[in-house]
Ligand binder design. Sequence first.
Ligand code: ATP
Ligand code: MG
Length: 388
Amino acid sequence: MKELILLKCGELALKGLNRRMFEDALMRNCRRRLEPLGKFKIRSSQSTIYVEPQEEGVDLDEAVDRLLKVFGVAALTRSAVVEKSFDAIRQSAPAYLADDLGRARTFKVEAKRSDKSFPMKSPELCNELGGVLLEAFPHLAVDVHQPDVTVYVEIREAGAYLHADQLHGAGGLPVGTSGRACLLISGGIDSPVAGYMMAKRGLQVMAVHFVSPPYTSEHALEKVKTLCKKLTPYCGRVRLAVVPFTRMQEAIRDNCPEELFTVIMRRYMMKLAERVAQENECGALITGESVAQVASQTIQAIACTDVACQMPVLRPVIGMDKDEIVKIAYRIDTFETSILPYEDCCTVFTPRHPRTKPRLEMVLKAEQAMDEQLLEEAFAGIEYCNIG
Ligand code: ATP
Ligand code: MG
């Protein structure tokens, strides 16, 4: 028996003339994600994308898993395709649906006939198939209002499609259709979640990470690479820029008031990230800031960092509680990596009493003691790698 995967493309349907472009991007992303698993034919017809394995022994469970993480997919159905005859349907249905129906107490059948030459009408098809399934699974009862499982049988051009309820997809928009943005990624919990959230809105995400050796270790950088890798099932390949930040941080420590250390360091991060973003054709920055979570994230501190660059700064977790962010981190499997105890450059030279309400004039004045050449130096030392 042949099986295929049907994808429904949620929000894409709303995009009018752009729809073709969105569907093409979605198919391209699906193709990339499935490439390591074998040959698939992927095509679209009437806002459904058909994913058909083209060789024997393809791991369809893994294909489903991967496609459930592709943004732009609203719903996914794994379906059997059988010959267009009731005999073939009757013979395949019980075994194919055994998993779903074995767990259910009630069910109903829905039939759709887009090929009107099929001799049975939909209500008859529902009744007959319902009867077959009741016989095969005597513990089941029919409930047409709130069944545990709905069995669908669709008579289409290419054959009869047979499947149980669809699965929820990742939603959102296909990565790449909203342009590119640059994520400031730390080793923490919040920034990977922020990157995931913006990829969901169709942004191709690249990442920038600041390192301060010897204060930060090689482990800390490896951890960030692992986090990028964990984002790839959702974001696709992630380009990572690693910025040497030691000299900058030492200069801030040596020349600026201790209580302003964090806000000044964050401003230099934004300046450098903006340059990385420009260099890589990104239209925005992304951070994992959340109001009042730490001293550098009061509204006054955010006001000071926000004006350090011109690009829009997207802060998707700005209004979320930590436990809400953690929930997402669990779901996308970044949490366990994020809590590994390696030093981030944000935690070196942390002031004992950071000013929680810095004023911009104060900050600008303090920065006059800084040698702007250090920005050039950090920028020149950037190393890139592609992850995924
Ligand atoms: P996170 O959990 O993302 O580390 P946080 O709550 O620990 O966030 P901060 O350490 O103040 O907050 O950092 C705020 C934001 O600054 C981070 O979400 C991230 O976007 C950025 N950031 C912090 N450290 C780095 C770094 N070493 N490299 C790149 N970006 C960083
Ligand atoms: Mg952090």
